[in-house]
Design a protein around this ligand. Structure first.
Ligand SMILES: [Zn+2]
Length: 771
């Protein structure tokens, strides 16, 4: 019999219960015992929900208070030195996750430790805690949460499949501790394996038959030493216990890492939602005992599965292996998808058609179960479900909400010349110099100014209907006026309106575009207890109306200095949303680019001389395999250019990137052909600047002069040093002075002090130059 299985569940809960629990614990409102019993209840609910949906192999150990990589580190007793004096294990765990500050008391010393580093989990918007290792690292199995969770489920009569982070991914995704940068974390494999063997033995003793071992790095390009580590690790683990290992990969294709299939594990899970072609490649490689887990239901999106299409693929696997050796599963852990559509009452009432296309985690479990049923009893045994599914898919395919012929025609007929400015940068620069009349080292900011409590309160009142449109507009105008006057006073050269009307750089525009929808409960964890609720792109995208003209034109009317129009770029508008999966990403991005292009042209027509199109997500969108980079960069850079190239030479196009680590995509950044780029530079010292020794950036550039992520005000001297560093690497006529990111999260006093110092620095170098 084919089994319906799951790899992981949205542990945060239906209504973000876990968030509330841990945050109450952090603020001292509930005790450790309350936190733990609350978490137990939540896990129990989640196991039962999955069971009710027809999942036969339910995961345990996928629940975490903060992050599973951090859990793994703590399970093996790996706390960096700086946290080791914290006695209480849970307090130590959260200190590693988010830092800890405690004043001294009569019985304890003062504690002040920062959090460990976070990194993005592959190409998701989830961030994991990066484990730190020393060359002499000891691994010792402590109380493993996965064993405890397995036992608790068993006591409830639920036989689960425990989930662990595999040893090779664990070491490879970790980093050497400070001071040991030269050592390779994989050298620790012989030391970590005994701890894993002990863990497997404990799970075996508790009654586990299978263990799900997550090794997601198998979808990356791996060096030969990593491959050797896999062979060594899985030979050791296979010989140590009778318990069977299901090795799971997801988010991509295993491709040239397919060696892992050969006799090393008892079963393998493949992401067939992303890469269905893997099935054909892997089937002939399995030995006659190995099982195959088919990742058919996309765990990364919110759309209903095409059940018939999944069955076409699954039937091939069953034909080749027999039903005993096939599992059906989501493509990856469902923690990357929201909880259940049952809580989307608003969409259900207001847009029932859109609602009928949605499937969150609970519904995805049911889809997995239906596929398994069809494989066991024939498609006819679930005919009603298949018919309903086909009808929903057909409604989506043919709906006026998804397809706008005018948009489609426009995308199909974009002339090649629309992808580039009429003239090259040197020529444009002449026109811009003449028009803008800016001093050497022009000063500007990235766009947002402090979002104060007043602004948040006004927005809330407005959303609730307690503040009228007219009153809200007056309020926003007052805010803009304050920001413009402030910038005049400080002496900045290119001004911004401050973005008081925006809550978020994607959602704000989503409301002004056709094709975007908004959920009530579409939450997914971003890191720790922090969740995000991305907008949903379900239809062809076009502007509902001009999006920013009123605000920017008003702001420009308050000053003689040039005002920057502010937009979010097409790649970011797409990457930070749940995107439709019924058209290629490139086509969707082109639709957004065209909508933005119209806005950019309208801003120019309205007399706005500078327009900034932010693209912070362009780098995080890079495919996991290097081989796929060129194709991605080609269309993503193309879409940025399409959105910005409709203006005259004298209109200055700016862009901003929230990172400095762009050495590997330098050529793509140059190819954006923005007239001015502002980038983060604050934390990387001269690392960013070093690239300009090897590569020439030909357009204007403003590497961040100071770090806005900290409330500290940098001194004039400090920024002078940094600016002098920049002048070593970059031609002076191309250099701008600006902070490294938007000022939204900062308070007014520090913003004022820092910007006054920054303007002073630009002035100093200008005077030095003319002397
Ligand atoms: Zn930024």
């Amino acid at each position: 019999m084919v089994s319906a299985t799951n790899l992981g569940f949205p542990y945060v809960g239906a209504k973000r219960e876990l968030k509330k629990l841990v945050e109450s614990f952090w603020s001292g409102k509930i005790s450790e015992a309350d936190l733990i019993s609350g978490a137990h209840q939540l896990q129990e609910t989640h196991w039962k929900v999955q069971q009710e949906q027809g999942i036969e192999q339910i995961p345990s150990g996928d629940f975490t208070f903060y992050d599973r990589m951090l859990d793994t580190a703590c399970n093996f007793g790996i706390a960096p030195q700086r946290y080791q004096h914290i006695q209480n294990p849970l307090e130590q765990y959260f200190a590693m996750a988010r830092g800890l500050q405690k004043a001294a008391t009569a019985t304890s010393e003062k504690v002040d430790v920062p959090a460990m580093e976070m990194k993005k989990w592959f190409d998701t918007n989830y961030h994991f805690i990066v484990p730190e290792f020393e060359p002499t690292q000891k691994f010792e199995l402590k109380t493993a949460r996965v064993v405890e969770q397995f036992k608790r489920a068993k006591a409830l009569g639920i036989n689960t499949r425990p989930v662990v982070v595999g040893p090779v991914s664990f070491l490879h995704l970790g980093k050497p501790a400070k001071g040991f940068e030269e050592f390779n974390t994989l050298d620790l494999l012989p030391k970590v394996l005994p701890a894993y063997v002990e863990l497997f033995k404990q799970l075996e003793a508790a009654g586990a038959e299978w263990i799900q071992v997550d090794e997601p790095i198998l979808v990356l390009d791996l060096e030969s030493n990593v491959k050797l580590a896999f062979e060594k690790a899985y030979k050791t683990l296979a010989g140590a216990t009778q318990v069977k290992t299901l090795l799971t990969t997801y988010f991509g294709r295993i491709d040239n890492n397919v060696f892992i299939v050969k006799d090393l594990v008892d079963g393998i899970h493949l992401d067939l939602a992303r890469n269905p072609e893997q099935l054909e490649a892997v089937l002939p490689l399995l030995n006659d005992k190995q099982i195959l887990s088919l990742g058919l239901v996309d765990g990364r999106n919110i759309w209903k599965n095409d059940l018939n299409k999944s069955l076409d693929l699954a039937e091939k696997a069953v034909a080749a292996l027999g039903s005993e050796r096939v599992l059906v599963a989501p493509s990856c852990s469902l923690a990357h998808s929201p909880y259940s559509t049952a809580f989307e009452k608003k969409i259900k009432a207001e847009n029932p058609e859109l609602f009928s296309w949605l499937s969150y985690s609970v519904e995805k479990c049911a889809e997995v179960a239906t596929i398994a049923k069809a494989l066991n009893g024939g498609r006819a045994s679930v005919q009603a479900e298949l018919n309903a599914n086909a009808a929903d898919l057909e409604s989506r395919r043919t709906s006026k909400q998804t397809t706008n012929p005018a948009v489609r025609e426009r995308v199909a007929a974009v002339p090649a010349q629309d992808y580039k400015r009429a003239n090259a940068f040197p020529h444009r620069r002449e026109a811009q110099v003449k028009k803008l009349n800016l001093p050497l080292y022009p000063t500007t900011t990235i766009g947002s100014f402090p979002q104060t409590k007043d602004i948040r309160v006004a927005r809330q009142k407005y959303t609730k209907g307690e503040l009228s449109q007219a009153d809200y507009d007056i309020f926003i105008k007052e805010e803009m006026k304050r920001v413009v006057e402030f910038q005049e006073k400080v002496g900045l050269d290119v001004l911004v309106h401050g973005e008081p009307e925006r809550n978020d750089m994607v959602e704000h525009f989503g409301h002004l575009l056709h094709g975007y929808g908004f959920t009530e409960n579409g939450w997914v964890v971003s890191y720790g207890s922090r969740c995000v609720k991305p907008p949903v792109i379900y239809g062809d995208v076009s502007r509902r109306c001009p999006m920013t003209i009123d605000e920017i034109v008003y702001a420009q009317s308050l000053t003689k200095k040039p005002m920057k129009g502010m937009l979010t770029g097409p790649v970011t508008m797409m990457k930070w949303s749940f995107v439709r999966n019924d058209i290629p990403a490139k086509d969707l991005c082109t639709q957004i680019a065209l909508a933005l292009r119209d806005e950019v042209v309208d801003l120019e027509t309205a007399g706005i001389p500078c327009i900034q199109v932010d693209e912070p997500a362009i780098r995080e969108g890079l495919p996991l395999r290097r081989q796929d980079w060129d194709a991605y960069l080609d269309w993503s850079v193309g879409c940025f250019r399409l959105s910005t190239a409709g203006v005259r030479d004298e209109t200055q196009i700016h862009t901003h990137m929230c990172y400095s680590d762009f050495n590997d995509i330098f050529d793509a950044i140059q190819a954006l052909d923005a007239d001015v780029i502002t980038i983060e530079n604050s934390k990387s010292d001269e690392k960013l600047l070093k690239i300009f020794e090897r590569k020439q950036y030909t357009n204007e550039i403003g590497p961040g002069l100071y770090d806005i992520h900290s409330p500290r005000v940098p001194s004039v001297e400090e920024m002078k040093t940094r600016f002098a560093d920049m002048l070593k690497y970059l031609p002076k006529h191309l250099l701008w002075a600006n902070p490294d990111c938007g000022l939204k999260s900062r308070g007014w006093p520090e913003v004022e002090a820092a910007l006054i110092n920054m303007v002073e620095v630009a002035k100093h170098f200008r005077e030095q130059d003319s002397a």
